[in-house]
Design a protein around this ligand. Structure first.
Ligand SMILES: [Zn+2]
Ligand SMILES: [Zn+2]
Length: 285
């Protein structure tokens, strides 16, 4: 049996990625990808720099469908979105009926000091402003809000795939704000993993931090080890924002997951969610 890579988390010029959907497919083929999912940032109810504009959604869906047909002999393609969970406004269920799958991510947490949605996935400078001015510098409180919001999504509007679970750590280089090993932080992780297990979502091991920020995987390997003990299904995604990034660090991550005891990955293949064996060369499709 041959090995192929899969990647269900990818961006393009419909949102903040570079180059067309077609360019992503052509690059995926060159990089040995057998199953590829489009997952632009879904529209949100306010203006931001990186989400798809609402008026582009129909064109995006039509183009992904056309590419699926055109490339059906060469690669399995799926049409998804990375959806922000914004209670009262939108979440995975807002778009799910029109898609093959949803990735649910928390990039915003309530409001910042200016009364705008507070981005936890943007610059550390802006994150620190919100942390200091709205939350009195109380990082434990903010971490609790962040993981609490993820649990709320898992319980009330679960996606197919949970996006970059511990991404808030991008502001914690050299553990400047908190120590990931402390009991209170691990308690948040444990409670959240229990919610992931109960939801049936697939947890992604997202490699973007490895090749973009010189950080670790999202989530960190010890969290993935805990997830395995809970029987949570996992897939590996690159969260690519350019064709060249589609398979970045997938091989290294596959090796690490093997080392952590994972024997299979949960993927969408031939229209079904299923467990597939893998090694550092790819998945056995
Ligand atoms: Zn994201
Ligand atoms: Zn993404």
């Amino acid at each position: 049996m041959k090995t192929y890579w899969t990647n269900y988390h990818s961006h393009s010029h419909y949102c903040d990625g570079v180059e067309s959907l077609r360019a992503q497919v052509e690059a995926a083929l060159r990089q040995g990808v057998g199953v590829f999912g489009f997952s632009s940032h879904g529209p949100v109810h306010f203006d931001n720099a990186w989400s798809m504009k609402a008026h582009k959604l129909d064109a995006y869906l039509a183009e992904t469908r056309a590419l699926k047909q055109e490339f059906s002999e060469q690669i399995e393609l799926y049409s998804g979105l990375e959806v922000d969970y914004l209670p009262g406004h939108s979440g995975p269920a807002t778009y799910a009926a029109r898609l093959d799958y949803t990735i649910g991510s928390v990039h915003y947490l309530d409001l910042n000091e200016a009364g705008e949605p507070w981005e936890i996935d943007g610059s550390t400078e802006k994150f620190m402003c919100g942390l200091t001015e709205v939350h009195g510098g109380d990082i434990r409180k903010v971490i609790g809000l962040y993981y609490g919001r993820i649990r709320e999504m898992l319980q009330s509007d679960p996606p197919d795939i949970l996006g970059h679970l511990d991404k808030i750590k991008i502001h914690n280089l050299r553990s400047r704000l908190w120590d990931e090993n402390e009991d209170w932080y691990q308690a948040q992780i444990d409670e959240t993993l229990a919610a992931v297990a109960a939801s049936g979502c697939v947890l992604e091991a997202n490699t973007r931090g490895l090749y973009k920020k010189n950080l670790s995987l999202y989530p960190s390997l010890p969290i993935l080890e805990k997830a395995r003990r809970l029987g949570i299904p996992v897939m590996i995604n690159s969260d690519s924002h350019a064709p060249a990034e589609i398979t970045s660090r997938l091989a290294r991550t596959a090796l690490q997951l093997k080392g952590a005891g994972y024997k299979t990955l949960r993927i969408l293949h031939k229209g079904q969610w299923q467990e597939v064996a893998f090694d550092e060369e790819g998945l056995y499709l």
